[in-house]
Design a protein around this ligand. Structure first.
Ligand SMILES: Cc1cc2nc3c(=O)[nH]c(=O)nc-3n(C[C@H](O)[C@H](O)[C@H](O)COP(=O)(O)O)c2cc1C
Length: 328
């Protein structure tokens, strides 16, 4: 399957399907299953900045007598933090030893917190790259978009300075000036952008009159937002785009590549249908390449990106100009 080789973040991938950060990549056994199923790379389940801080605080609150001493509090905070980080780094190290495909570590971060002090350790344990999953809910009435974006950019700048290997940013789509933010990230020198993360969203159970979780897995219809933005941005950036969310079929994979993605991330489709979906998607891709006389990816990747397509305005349409001629 050499014709499926692609590069992403400067890494050589035997094919463009990356298993995204999720329970599918949370243990060594699960990571191996992804490799055995034919994935081109894996992103390890994220370590959460909040989780580390929360656990440190919990440990401290349960040790009240001890933490009357400031030194005791420092010790417990460090011990707790190190416990989770060490466990995570050990998983990454074992995965890089055991797997032949690239292993990308992942941090879920919101602030320029202590996690940035240990960011270089991901490289030391052999991670091929680091993906930062960044999101802050913009629900604070007092905070402006500019403040929040400045903070985001500063965080990425620090991570870029401190992390010596390829760095990618997994982000949401909710920015007023998305192209501008992406352009700033590109200038900072990030190697890749994952467009887009799919966030947990609360829902309501009307019988219990209580909140509940929304459906956790994506549906196959959700791919059009990352498709549009991959097409709009890909050909104007130095960094790579990895499309994510709603990629459930080989057909959708092909659309992402045509719009300029270097690779895609898949989670829900595997969680719903099992690991064989990876091979099915790759088979659909090769059959399509045969049909269109494409020897390799390069023959068609980004052909329909905004910059290259004959009618770029198609990617800019946001309003429905004509009404459907259907009786409702
Ligand atoms: C149960 C579950 C856990 C996830 N955990 C993480 C995580 O730890 N870090 C992360 O960056 N994304 C996480 N994600 C998001 C996925 O990596 C992915 O971006 C999202 O599910 C959209 O892709 P999909 O449509 O292929 O599922 C998780 C998704 C699911 C369903």
């Amino acid at each position: 399957m050499e014709r499926l080789t692609t590069t992403y973040l400067g890494l050589e991938l035997k094919n463009p399907i990356i298993v995204g950060s999720s329970p599918l990549t949370a243990s060594l056994d699960n990571l191996k299953k992804c490799e055995d199923a034919g994935a081109g790379a894996v992103v390890v389940k994220s370590i959460f900045e909040e989780q580390i801080d929360h656990d440190a605080k919990l440990m401290i609150s349960e040790s009240e007598g001890y933490v009357v001493h400031a030194d005791g509090q420092d010790f417990l905070e460090d011990a707790s933090r190190n416990y989770y980080i060490d466990a995570y780094l050990s998983l990454v190290e074992k995965a890089t030893d055991a797997l032949d495909i690239p292993v990308i570590a992942s941090v879920n971060c919101r602030t320029q917190g202590t996690w940035l002090d240990y960011v270089s350790r991901f490289a030391e344990v052999g991670a091929d790259a680091l993906e930062l999953n960044y999101f802050v809910l913009p629900s604070d009435f007092k905070r402006t978009a500019e403040e929040m974006e400045t903070e985001f950019i500063a965080l990425v700048e620090t991570a870029r300075r401190r992390f010596p290997l390829p760095l990618s940013i997994k982000m949401g789509s909710q920015f007023t000036a998305l192209a501008n933010i992406v352009g700033q990230l590109d200038k900072i020198g990030v190697d890749g952008l994952v467009l887009f993360n799919r966030f947990y969203q609360p829902n309501i159970d009307i019988e219990k009159i209580a909140t509940k979780a929304s459906i956790v897995l994506s549906s196959p219809h959700e791919y059009t937002l990352p498709l549009q933005w991959t097409a709009l941005l890909s050909a104007y950036l130095n960094c790579d785009i990895c499309a994510s969310t709603g990629i459930h079929s080989g057909e959708t994979l092909i659309k992402m590549l045509l719009s300029g993605a270097k690779a895609v991330q898949v989670c829900s489709a595997i969680m719903k249908n099992g690991h064989p979906v990876i091979t099915e998607m790759l088979n659909t891709l090769t059959t399509w390449m045969d049909r269109h006389h494409a020897q390799t990816f390069v023959d068609f990747r980004g052909k329909l990106a905004h910059k290259r397509t004959k009618d770029p305005s198609q990617w800019e349409r946001a309003q429905y100009m004509k009404s459907l001629n259907v009786e409702f």
